[in-house]
Write a protein of this length. Sequence first.
Length: 366
Amino acid sequence: MKKKLALLLYRYFPYGGLQKDFMGVVKELLIRGHELRVYVRTWEGPIPNNLEVIQLGEKGFSNYSKNKNYSKSVKNFYEEFSPDIVFGFNKIPGLDLYFAADTCFVNQSQYKHPLQKYTRRFRQSIHYEREVFSRSSATKILLLNDNQRNDFLKNYSTQSERMTIIPPGIDDNWNNNKSINIKEILGIPAEDKIMLFVGSDFYRKGLDRAIMGLSYLLKRNKLATLIVIGDDRKERYNKILETDSLVNKVHFLGPRDDVASFMKSSDLLIHPAREEAAGNIIIEAIVSGLPSIVTEAVGFSTEVLKYESGEVLRGSFNQEKFNSKLDEVLSDARLSSIKNSISELSDCEYFFSRFSYIADYIETQF
């Protein structure tokens, strides 16, 4: 039976991880003939055929006020649509179904500055999370891994039957992308190892840690270059780049559509994130045959261990340990060993099944 779904998302732009998952779900539901209407504050990029998008606008100056105004007004908009399912991709009160792309805010709040707990944004985040995960809520929840589920269970005692862990999701066209000659395109010395960093929140994804790791390698006369793909303010890193003479060794390329080609042409994915609910980029690296080095804070670090696709830094982050491990994993022998262990995984159906799984769930659970 075809469904009418109201899809709620604060912002859509083509290059965010959450936004890619959102678009994957949208395309699968449209293929199956469901009627969709999307409600966003803002939308950047092309809109798929047969998809109706309602832009409510950015009302307010702070994220707190923008989120508050959106949450208060969006219900009036989607009630006119009379949807069978209200499906949210951000924590918003009143959802039937929630796609949990982020970590448990209560769990992470213990690492924030004590004064932040008195801000309106902090209280709003706690309130919205409670509206979705508390035992009094009826919202069904799609989770990315066991770590998320355990955190929400610990903090909210959410009923297990409301939570479902979904498989990874990579675009079906991922393997159609071909490798490219990065060194020739960017003028990188032929002897350099190519380290790839991908993410649109540089600090949270640990770009500073990656740059310091590169600096360590170069001081030890190791030949390496760091390529950064993502949308954030690179100016914040000018000082460290200039101080350590790294300007010509770090290439900021901005957001791109050809990440798969860069993955198939690099030597190592470097992802020392401070916080990451899942990190789909890890799965994309596995499928691309690219070794990776990640922190335990990345949800899909479990997949790195499971498939022996690289190195996981356990426990609290230590830059010296990271530097040493980075040096170790970049050896020709170690890279070759990792690539051999994941060489047969490029067509593993499990890695491509997220969006069909979610569509099946919607069709059977509502």
